[in-house]
Design a protein around this ligand. Structure first.
Ligand code: SF4
Length: 352
């Protein structure tokens, strides 16, 4: 894979990934290089997926040599891929330049591919039903490491049209880098993915939901509920103790009144923990208040997760209860659970 193996000696150079067209044009101007070269470089990287200046053959050799001296295209140290046997998902296990691991998953639909993107290496939020939480937190990803995941998927032959920030990490805890990456991936000189086709999932981090509101930064959100009842939610999601669900819901309501992007409630069903009729009624009430669709996800069992999924019969009963209460609901079927690529299963490679 061209561009994958970069040595640590490269790290002293400026990494060109993550530059916007404007910042790259300005940087080249400082070097007395014509601004249109920036457009050519970005075209090679984001449209042709070439990560080596020597391959950018419409740029003069002498300029390419100067670019080589000043910049690097720092990508990932190594990658491995695992295909799910139904061919519906590809897990990419990515070694970062500092040797840490992240994972991202291409989910194939009939007409388009979605990339489940990681925003952090591990996760500090520690949701008790999530393998990434068990793996613990290593660090935030840089914006180039987020953009690099989609670049890699494209290089591997999976053109991506939809993005969900539902891989490893809580995206709102890495706000600056996540939104820098979103803006770059949205740009027409880059992947040009509409923000309407990007969804940021959050466990409900109040400080940065407030920031979304104050900055009028509009994006599709998916809120991971866990349990609608605070005293039961805190057992599954410790974030509840400092980010009470009632306050989160009030802020989400305010946010939704400001724009027409989608809000989804993600609900992981766990046997004997959050699947009783009362819990489902409370979930329905939140959904009605927020006018949000519900995605039901049956827990993905794993030896390191101390819970069980519900039976298929109960899964359908819960869906019917919600539907009968008048809220839109879908069951998110697991893709790639044979390769630990399903929701809540990322992080296997970090467990050691
Ligand atoms: S569900 Fe999301 S926020 Fe919670 S531990 Fe897993 S990755 Fe982090």
């Amino acid at each position: 894979m061209p561009g994958l193996m970069k040595t640590t000696s490269d790290i002293t150079k400026t990494n060109i990934l993550g530059y916007t067209r404007e910042t790259l044009r300005a940087k080249l101007a400082e070097m007395n290089i014509k601004p249109f070269i920036a457009d050519q470089i970005l075209d090679w990287i984001y449209k042709k997926f070439k990560l080596d200046f020597s391959e950018m053959v419409n740029i003069a050799k002498e300029i390419r040599a100067r670019l080589e001296e000043a910049f690097e295209i720092r990508f990932f140290k190594n990658i491995e891929t695992l295909e799910s046997d139904g061919g519906r998902a590809t897990k990419m296990i990515i070694t970062l330049n500092d040797g840490k691991y992240i994972e991202a998953v291409v989910l194939r639909e009939k007409k388009y591919n979605t990339l489940c993107v990681s925003s952090q290496c591990g996760c500090p939020v520690d949701c008790k039903f999530c393998l990434t939480g068990v793996a613990g937190f290593k660090r935030n990803l840089e914006s180039y490491e987020i953009v690099g995941q989609i670049l890699l998927a494209n290089q591997l032959g999976h053109p991506i049209s939809n993005l969900v920030f539902m891989g490893m990490g809580e995206p709102l805890l890495n706000y600056d880098n996540v939104f820098a990456a979103i803006n770059l991936m949205n740009a027409e000189y880059s992947f040009h993915i509409s923000k309407r086709k990007m969804t940021v999932s959050t466990s409900g981090y109040i400080q940065n939901i407030k920031r979304l509101i104050s900055e009028k930064n509009y994006i599709n959100l998916a809120f991971s509920v866990g349990h609608a009842n605070p005293s039961k939610r805190v057992v599954l999601m410790p974030i509840e103790s400092r980010n009470p669900i009632m306050e989160v819901v009030a802020l989400l309501h305010e946010y939704q009144t400001m724009h027409n992007r989608k809000l989804t409630l993600e609900y992981t069903l766990i046997q004997d923990k959050n699947e009783d009729d009362q819990a489902i009624r409370e979930l329905s009430n939140i959904s009605k208040y927020l006018k949000a669709k519900i995605n039901l996800i049956n827990l993905n069992p794993h030896p390191k997760i101390p819970f069980r999924p519900v039976t298929t019969k109960r899964l359908h009963e819960v869906r019917d209860l919600l539907e009968n209460s008048g809220v839109p609901v879908t069951i998110r079927f697991r893709k790639g659970d044979d390769i630990s690529a399903a929701c809540g299963q990322l992080g296997e490679s970090c467990l050691g």
